[in-house]
Design a binder for this molecule. Structure first.
Ligand code: SF4
Length: 689
């Protein structure tokens, strides 16, 4: 390419977008990305986002110079020395006046394991566990439920064994055909073509539904009545796997008793799904030799998201669908390193390797590797991302946001903006002037995916290597170098942030992350190594929980869960807004909205509305409407479609206009602290000409 700086076209890297982890390389002839035959996309396939991945590397809006906010309130260019000194002074003041827990660190699920590891080390050596990543907003409830019951918060199976061995796919609250396109095309569709039944649970018929045998258009927020009804059918019709239950499950009798009160017809009415279809789905799932659950944010993003996943776990345990190929519970992770960011400790309650911060032995093990005293690391859990935001200006006064855009992705954005404006010092390390950068006091220009080296961990636990394909523009620096400099300047342990590149960081993080202990950069090569990969092993483990659960126990408990109403009451004239994603855009859109190709494919958002709801409001397809509630309002064009269930409307959160998260509420799951994005009461208040 004439435009891409110093491109090294012959080396593969990993797509910066979703958790599939497709390998990419630069195609100079086409001046775009092209697939490289990697461990996930073995035929080199990529989706439209992957093809557009290079569109943004040389983009004119890249941040290329540090910026600091002047006394008159404007951001102006600065040297790196001035910008980093500003951070050092401001964060030092906050710690002196309020203590280290008055700082918050937002790590990045879109950046490497090494970068996230260094950031959580920086936070902890400053004295706070308030470091989190945006897994908090997508699958923290899934991880919490699976860790608690099984001992590991990750896909139980590999994509390959699901493709080859499953007889039934129960896809709940996920739309992999659009959100994880290469998984759908290369793993789920081959299973379906081989004869596997696809059951799709989603309030909205979409591209995944097109391949389904059964569609259960559940009311948003009523998954537990649906899943309990399925469990009731399994019990009533003798579909329990008795051998599995007798050896691998506890509390069966108590669970059975708790479900005595469940009436399939009543639950079906609550869930808004035909009871005959629920029975058919339960029989298909429980009768299959190997049945795999694939779960997404339709399950996790509720204020009882953890209980939703507990209900899924009950179904899998009852039917013996854990610990064997083609089965399990398989959360599809959103960003290219959302799994890894948690693995390496960018979480407020867990150290690298998911060790509890309150465990003194775990803290001592990590402290020894970091060369600090056993009592150096903070022992109380820190604030989660949304809890930290809600404390801005009250008990948190300084924040570092790395590669994320909470001013688009957090719920109840009018409140979030007010909270961010109350910070003494907001530091943002990013590559574009995002909506969050607009509020920053210090802006540090970092590196895009194509400029960095390191590892990322995809949705089925494969650790893969990124390689630099271009140089950083202007004065922008590699993210890892920036984070290490902040570690040297902000903490009393500057020697702990002297690394000879990302491989040295990886070697260290392996020592505190047992799941990665046996891996090596050479071993990963241009392929992958999958966790758990203990020291001395020759390979990772594809199927978890085979003889015993990752918890160490041979058994896992059945745990009854009861329906809880969604946080928003829905008035007679209101509809339920549920938000989600589409194929052509990604997360806050900070990157994909800057791709000409992706904006040509889908440059604006729409609000999907059922024809019955449109008719009573006098709305036609293509009309522009105001969607509002007490939290805010947005203006958006309507797509009238029978694909969405009556009473429900759908839009995405990718666009700055409309900014859907102005409407969403900030009720949090009590365990995982994930917000309720999937059920928001809204009025369609008027039709604008
Ligand atoms: Fe990238 Fe995901 Fe598309 Fe693969 S499926 S090319 S990882 S966005």
């Amino acid at each position: 390419s004439d435009t891409l700086r110093n491109t090294r076209t012959s080396v593969p890297s990993i797509c910066p977008f979703c958790g599939v982890g497709c390998s990419l390389q630069f195609d100079a002839e086409r001046d775009s990305a092209t697939g490289w035959r990697g461990p996930v996309n073995s035929r080199g396939e990529v989706c439209p986002k992957g093809v557009a991945a290079f569109d943004v590397v040389d983009h004119a809006e890249r941040l290329t110079t540090p910026l600091v906010r002047d006394d008159d309130g404007d951001l102006r260019e600065a040297t790196w020395g001035e910008a980093v000194s500003r951070v050092e002074t401001a964060f030092g003041d906050v710690v002196r006046r309020h203590g280290p827990d008055a700082l918050a660190f937002f790590a990045s699920s879109n950046c490497t394991n090494e970068e996230n590891y260094v950031l959580q080390k920086l936070a902890r050596l400053l004295g706070t566990n308030s470091v989190d990543n945006c897994a908090r907003l997508c699958h923290s409830s899934t991880v919490a439920a699976m860790r608690e019951r099984l001992g590991a918060g990750a896909m139980t199976n590999s994509l390959a064994d699901v493709r080859d061995e499953t007889d039934c796919l129960l896809v709940v609250g996920a739309n992999p055909a659009e959100q994880h396109p290469i998984i759908f095309r290369s793993y789920l569709l081959p299973a379906i073509r081989r004869g596997a039944t696809l059951i799709h649970v989603d309030p909205r018929a979409n591209a995944t539904t097109d391949a389904a045998t059964l569609h259960l258009p559940v009311r948003p927020g009523y998954d537990i009545p649906l899943l309990n009804a399925m469990a009731r059918v399994v019990l009533d019709e003798g579909l329990v796997d008795d051998a599995f239950v007798s050896t691998r499950v506890t509390d069966f009798e108590a669970f059975h008793t708790a479900l005595d009160d469940v009436d399939v017809e009543a639950n079906a009415e609550l869930a808004g799904v035909d009871p005959a279809t629920i029975r058919e789905a339960a029989r298909a799932y429980a009768s299959a030799e190997n049945a795999a659950i694939v779960t997404g944010m339709g399950m996790s993003q509720h204020h009882y998201g953890t209980d939703n996943v507990h209900a899924l776990l009950n179904l899998a345990l009852l039917t013996g669908n854990l610990g064997k190929p083609g089965a399990g519970i398989n959360p599809l992770r959103g960003q290219n390193n959302v799994q890894g960011a948690g693995d390496v400790g960018a979480l407020p309650d867990l150290l690298p390797g998911y060790a509890d911060v309150t465990d003194p032995e775990a803290r001592a093990r990590v402290a020894e590797v970091w060369g600090v005293g056993a009592d150096t690391l903070p022992e109380l859990p820190g604030r989660t991302e949304v809890e930290a935001t809600h404390a801005f200006g009250e008990s948190v006064f300084g924040a570092l946001v790395f590669g994320e855009n909470p001013l688009v992705t957090e719920p109840n954005l009018n409140r979030v903006r007010e909270q961010f404006e109350r910070l003494d010092c907001l530091v943002v390390l990013d590559i574009f002037p995002t909506e969050t950068v607009e509020l920053a006091d210090v802006v540090l220009p970092g590196s895009s995916w194509a400029e960095k080296a390191g590892t990322v961990t995809n949705t089925d636990r494969q650790v893969m290597r990124m390689r630099p394909l271009a140089d950083t523009p202007g004065d922008a620096r590699l993210d890892l170098d920036v984070l290490c400099e902040l570690g040297r300047r902000l903490t009393e342990h500057p020697g702990q942030f002297e690394y000879d590149g990302p491989e040295a960081v990886f070697e260290e993080l392996k020592r505190v992350t047992p799941q990665y202990a046996g891996m090596s950069y050479d071993g990963i090569g241009t392929g992958s190594q999958r966790w758990p990969f203990p020291a001395g092993a020759t390979a990772g483990t594809a199927v978890l929980h085979v003889d015993h659960f990752a918890s160490g126990s041979q058994t896992a408990e059945l745990r009854p869960v009861a329906h809880v109403d969604p946080a928003d009451d829905v008035g007679d004239d209101e509809l339920v807004l549920t938000t989600g994603r589409v194929l052509q855009q990604f997360n806050s859109g900070a990157v994909t909205r800057r791709s000409g190709m992706l904006m040509r494919l889908r440059g604006a958002d729409v609000l999907q509305m059922h024809p019955d709801d449109a008719a009573v409001r006098g709305i036609d397809d293509g009309d522009t409407v105001v969607v509002s509630n007490a939290r805010g309002e947005v203006t958006v064009e309507v797509e009238v479609t029978p694909a969405i269930r009556p009473g429900t409307v759908f839009t995405t959160f990718h666009y700055a206009t409309p900014l859907a998260n102005l409407l969403t509420g900030d009720a949090l799951d009590p365990v995982a602290k994930i917000p309720e994005y999937k059920h928001t009461a809204v009025r369609i208040a008027g039709v604008r000409p």
